[in-house]
Design a protein around this ligand. Structure first.
Ligand code: ASP
Length: 596
């Protein structure tokens, strides 16, 4: 039977003991990292969330304690009382490595079966197994550090926003479905069979209403839900650090936003981020880096060579230009000898995932080769080389497409891939910036209409207001994203506070007044009662953590994450429910779906 703690209390965490404690009696508790039986001597490494301390059992230890120590296995839960003493063989690799606890009393608080994997800092156990036994996985020090750093960030957020006069207000989790953006998670209503709540994708509408109510400055650490296919940096449920403020313009919001991120870097990484953060307009970010979340830790900027190819006889380039697209490229400096022809062929396949039909290249190795120069005049080839600053040893890559977004997406991705492969990223310094002046709309081929690039409540720039109906493709928004190391950390906008403009916006998005009223009626009505100018932004908490900690798997900053299918392997969610529960909700499964 397991022993209890009765009569004893923990005096110290394992990882906090130091030479200054030598001679003191301490009580430590934790899990057995490992037990080493050297015959006359037994050592146990005891672990808690602060680290590891060595428990020592030797000739001075009473027989029954020695025997107990002998029977201890990995992950047993122990309490040990004893004297801190100096170690004979010190381990300077760990903070407690100069001392050990000479155990005088040992209690086994819980036994443990042999775990499915060893609890180690870096484990190469398959992620499926780790997630199935997440509670064991979470004993690993690196995950504990991540989760504790996450707590710290939330605390910094609360303190920072409180200091700046923001009030945390919880907005509801069961709300009306207003699909615009990602897919909603739906929750059936029992009281109104056939009706559904949605889980919030963000607190957007509510935080705007709070501005209308006069709270002036709101913040929330808010859970959000988006039913999307997952990518490496997404989870279906995630946390936003969300804020909104009244009687402000874009500059005020951005100043509050960058102040927070500066504080987060300072407190968590000890890194001082100079403010104001650099800015790029969306147009410039796309033009130079092919991305609205450019990683500025390396160069490899894009060059537009379309102007040099007017009237070219090469069909691929001419065709792209005739369709209103462009030909752009990247010059990879000095790597021609290292990038084999075979690897270039592979890149040509790889880039198709981004919509590019092909990747044209020139390799300025000792023997110059090119996939496209034979189709151009000498002048055209020479002009392209000159424009791209090509020198011997370089490799030039070109993408041509009638759709500029394909050119940008593929070269933007190629840029990052080349930087990664050739180790061009200066990881020693974070690179933060704002991307501003986003287009208000993007055209959705799927829906055959304009959709909001940010969301439908974002205000257009004043100078673009009259283009809302006549030229929506050239309307830019008072919207801004904060980007770090190629990740979008967060974004926001100044909102529309004039109900008339809001109605025009819905119209531009293809809603009839009735449809707009049906979906967003409460907001439109509310705005008739005096909405102050307001704006805000939200960060993805997990995204910030990934960038702060340099982690590239979002699941490593979430205690109990979902896998790519949105399932949760440990508890088995989502799961079947009792037919009685379904009946109460007035829900019947389609034939054939009962047993899938
Ligand atoms: N609610 C927005 C989002 O989730 C952020 C904002 O505009 O404040 O992207």
């Amino acid at each position: 039977m397991a022993e209890t703690m009765t009569g004893l209390k923990r005096t110290h965490y394992c990882g906090t003991l130091r030479p200054e404690h030598i001679g003191q009696e301490v009580v430590v508790c934790g899990w057995v990292q490992r037990q080493r039986d050297l015959g006359q001597l037994i050592f146990i490494d005891l672990r808690d969330r602060t680290g590891i301390v060595q428990l020592a059992f030797d000739e001075g230890t009473s027989r029954d304690i020695f025997q107990k120590a002998f029977a201890v296995r990995a992950e047993f839960v122990l309490l040990a009382r004893g004297l801190v003493r100096e170690r004979t063989s010190k381990n300077m690799e760990i903070p407690t490595g100069e001392i050990e606890v000479e155990v005088q009393e040992l209690r086994v608080l819980a036994k443990a079966e042999t775990p499915p994997f060893e609890v180690l800092e870096d484990s190469n156990v398959k992620e499926d197994t780790r997630l199935k036994y997440r509670y064991l996985d979470l004993r690993r020090p690196n995950l504990q550090r991540n989760i504790i750093a996450r707590h710290k960030l939330v605390k910094i957020a609360h303190d920072y926003f409180d200091r700046h006069g923001f009030i945390e207000i919880e907005t509801p989790d069961l709300i009306a479905s207003t699909p615009e953006g990602a897919r909603d998670y739906l929750v059936p209503s029992r009281v109104f069979p056939g009706s559904f709540f949605a889980l919030p994708q963000s607190p957007q509408l509510y935080k705007q209403l709070l501005m209308l109510s006069g709270f002036d400055r709101y913040m929330q650490v808010a859970r959000c839900f988006r039913d999307e296919d997952l990518r490496a940096d997404r989870q279906p449920e995630f946390t936003q650090i969300d804020f909104e403020m009244s009687f402000v313009d874009q500059e005020d919001v951005m100043a509050i936003g960058e102040g927070f991120i500066q504080e987060a870097y300072r407190e968590i990484c000890g890194v001082e981020i100079p403010l104001p953060l650099p800015r790029l307009t969306w147009d410039e970010a796309m033009r130079r880096f092919g991305s609205d979340k450019p990683d500025l830790r390396f160069g490899l900027e894009l060059t537009d060579v379309s102007g040099l190819l007017q009237g070219t006889g090469f069909k691929v380039f001419a065709g792209a230009l005739a369709e209103g697209g462009s030909v752009r490229g990247i010059c990879l400096k000095g790597e021609a000898e290292k990038l084999s022809r075979k690897e270039i062929d592979k890149l040509q396949e790889w880039i198709k995932a981004y919509g590019a039909k092909g990747l044209a290249w020139t390799r300025l190795a000792e023997k110059e080769t090119s996939s496209y120069e034979k189709f151009l005049t000498q002048e055209e080839s020479a002009a392209i080389r000159a424009a791209m600053g090509a020198e011997p040893g370089d490799v030039l890559f070109l993408v041509a497409d009638g759709d500029n977004s394909v050119v940008f997406a593929s070269l933007g991705a190629l840029r990052c891939e080349l930087a990664r492969r050739f180790d061009l990223i200066d990881a020693s310094r974070p690179c933060l910036l704002w991307v501003t002046d986003f287009p208000q709309f993007e055209y959705s081929k799927e829906e055959d209409r304009y959709v909001a690039m940010h969301h439908p409540f974002t205000a257009p720039r004043d100078e673009d207001l009259d283009k809302l109906e006549s030229d929506p493709g050239h309307v830019y928004a008072k919207a801004y994203d904060m980007v770090a190391n190629g990740y979008e950390l967060g974004g926001g906008s100044i909102r529309i506070n004039d109900p008339e403009v809001q109605e025009r916006m819905f119209q531009a998005l293809g809603f009839t007044p009735e449809q707009a009223q049906a979906r967003f009626g409460f907001l439109l009505n509310a705005f008739r009662y005096g909405a102050p100018p307001h704006g805000g932004m939200a960060w993805g908490l997990e995204r910030i953590m990934m960038v702060l900690l340099g982690v590239d798997n979002i699941r490593d900053v979430v205690a109990f994450p979902k896998v790519a299918s949105s399932a949760e392997p440990m508890s088995g969610a989502p799961g079947r429910v009792d037919p009685k529960q379904l009946a109460e909700l007035g829900i019947a499964l389609l034939p054939g779906e009962e047993n899938t």
